[in-house]
Design a protein around this ligand. Structure first.
Ligand SMILES: N[C@@H](CCC(=O)N[C@@H](CS)C(=O)NCC(=O)O)C(=O)O
Length: 202
């Protein structure tokens, strides 16, 4: 059976949980407790050389990095398809996954780190505001990408899945989505309604 090295609060691990659930694949979750720094244990570093979650073991084949794991799952388990077939669609999906991984998710991580261990009065509010502004910039872009579309790359795909784990943090950290971003708001509601959203929580 597929083994997922996982941590409930990890957004990147949840990306993979959603893909596995959408593919209807059974998997065993192996918890790597980031709070206890288990990701840096020598035994785990043999699985993930950079000491992070997620990593996946498919009958002895080990792969890490959420985006690469999800592409592996698509290649190995093509049904139901979660990636466009045409080259333009594939490039669009990859660009928007890159937007999520390198521009959208990092400000969430900054807010999480700043709020996690500090009492409210000691938090760097400027840092939090800057991070929220970075997230808003990504929503500006996504609003345009979603014009006339239900999903980012045509049909529901790994590109949409990449963003789903961050939606819970919008409420948790009071990160607003501008009401003028109607396409984004409808897209978020559409994705949250998928059974894999609830089934992948925690
Ligand atoms: N690019 C990697 C990033 C993985 C990553 O940042 N994982 C975080 C949890 S969401 C982690 O393991 N952090 C602990 C650490 O870096 O020590 C991916 O998409 O899988």
């Amino acid at each position: 059976m597929i083994k997922l090295y996982d941590f409930p609060l990890s957004t990147n691990a949840r990306k993979v949980r959603i893909a596995l659930i959408e593919k209807g694949l059974d998997f065993e979750r192996i918890q790597i407790d980031l709070g206890k720094k288990e990701q840096k244990n020598p035994d785990y570093l043999k699985i993930h050389p950079f000491g992070q979650v997620p990593a996946l073991d498919d009958e002895g084949f080990i792969v890490y990095d959420s985006t690469i794991i999800n592409e592996y799952l698509e290649d190995e388990y093509p049904e139901p398809p979660l990636f466009p077939k045409d080259s333009e669609g594939r490039a669009t999906a990859r660009l928007l996954e890159d937007l999520r991984d390198n521009y959208f998710n990092p400000p969430f991580v900054e807010i999480f780190r700043e709020t996690r261990s500090k009492p409210e009065g000691q938090r760097d509010l400027k840092l939090i505001e800057r991070a929220k502004a970075e997230i808003a910039k990504c929503f500006d872009r996504l609003e345009k990408e979603l014009e006339g579309k239900q999903y980012l790359a045509g049909s529901f795909s790994l590109a949409d899945i990449a963003y789903m784990p961050n939606f819970a943090a919008l409420e948790r950290f009071n990160i607003p989505v501008d009401p003028k971003h109607k396409n984004v708001l409808a897209w978020i509601a559409r994705l949250k309604a998928r059974p894999s959203y609830a089934a992948s929580a925690n």
